[in-house]
Design a binder for this molecule. Structure first.
Ligand SMILES: *Cc1c(COP(=O)(O)O)cnc(C)c1O
Length: 360
């Protein structure tokens, strides 16, 4: 018997979420972001869920090669660009568009001998201070790209540090507009937060990530309220039930102690499955569809839950760790992190089932 834990990836939810992106920003080119193995959902699953996207954007060159090998023919955009000259050669061979954020990447482009082979996304540093050129260097780089024979279309790009807070994008957008002034090129700015909340940042192309998987990019609320569906459900079962008396403790460190008699359930899911160890007592969970909460410390292979609201629960009862019933955003917030991290951290030992209502 395998352990009862199971992650279900819903291709239908991905399609639904992509359709929500299209509604928010009609007519824009949509790059569905599939870095980090499709935010933990599996690269092939993401490519299937986002088959209607105009292109896929990612970071890893081996993953881009796999997408091409599996028949993805539409554009691919490498969000951190080339890490070395070999990546540029691969990009020319496999028609990968490259972000250029740094001077030596410009040098590497000189080696591309096919005229116009490589589309480039020239990145401006609008205040995040990770990747991208400052204003003068940005404009110089644009001019230089125009003289490199191997370069095809150039798009102007920036990434917003604070699109998830009201007004947080304003200053960065002003800087970007000023840097782009008079440059004849398309623009791409928006991540999920800006796709949802900053129409002025929609530009010509969007780059949504987390919202496509049914996670919120914002610090409060959850993705359901944004009309999005969870693309990942993590479920397991109770493997034991314990009756506690007042004063009894639960789990490592005895961080939870019963105040009164209570029934608790032991769930086959722990931090080695990708559940956050920092989830405190009170983190939301559902048993047989009934909302309840975790108790005590999350261990490597198990966690414990309060069965008071679910008197009928017994070993074998179903537990939803996150999914349609329990928001991954709420679990993340309780644990001091974001839904993005939980999705990406789903552990390899968890079996994944794919749900696709449209499959033959
Ligand atoms: C990851 C990433 C995105 C997507 O961000 P979300 O917040 O997940 O929507 C967009 N653009 C760039 C450059 C990225 O690295």
């Amino acid at each position: 018997m395998p352990r009862p834990i199971l992650a279900t990836v819903s291709i239908d939810a991905m399609r639904h979420n992509l359709a929500r992106v299209r509604e928010r920003a009609v007519g824009r080119f949509v790059w569905a972001v599939v870095k980090a193995d499709g935010y933990g959902h599996g690269l092939a699953n993401a490519a299937r869920g986002f088959a209607d996207a105009d292109g896929l954007a990612l970071i890893e060159f081996d993953a881009a090669a796999r997408l091409r090998a599996h028949g993805w023919r539409r554009p691919l955009l490498m969000l951190e660009g080339a890490f070395d000259p070999d990546d540029v050669a691969q990009a020319a061979r496999e028609r990968l568009a490259l972000v250029v954020h740094e001077a030596r990447q410009l040098d590497w482009l000189q080696a591309v001998d096919a005229p116009g082979a490589l589309d480039v996304f020239l990145k401006f540093n609008s205040g995040m201070n990770r990747l991208g050129f400052a204003r003068e260097a940005f404009r110089d780089a644009f001019a230089r790209l125009g003289r490199i024979a191997g370069v095809g279309r150039v798009t102007l790009m920036t990434h917003l540090a604070d699109a998830d807070v009201p007004g947080g994008a304003d200053e960065a957008l002003r800087r970007f507009e000023a840097a782009c002034e008079g440059l004849p090129a398309r623009r791409t700015i928006a991540n999920s937060a800006a796709t949802l909340d900053v129409a002025a940042a929609h530009g010509d192309a969007l780059r949504p990530g987390v919202m496509l998987y049914g996670g919120t990019p914002f610090g409060d609320g959850d993705a359901r309220a944004l009309g999005l569906r969870a693309a990942m459900r993590l479920e397991s079962r109770l493997i034991a039930v314990q009756q506690l008396q007042p004063g009894d403790a639960v789990g490592y460190g005895s961080t939870f102690r019963a105040q009164r008699p209570m029934r608790i359930g032991v769930v086959a899911c722990g931090y080695a499955d990708g559940y956050p160890r920092h989830a405190p007592t009170g983190t939301p969970v559902a048993v047989d569809g009934v909302p309840t909460a975790t108790l005590g410390r999350v261990a490597m292979d198990m966690l414990t839950v309060d069965l008071e609201p679910v008197p009928a629960a017994r070993p074998g009862s179903r537990v939803e760790l996150w999914g349609d019933g329990v928001s991954i955003d709420a679990v993340a917030r309780a644990s001091g992190t974001i839904g993005y991290e939980l999705m990406c951290a789903l552990a390899r030992r968890v079996p994944v089932r794919v749900e696709d209502g449209a499959a033959p």
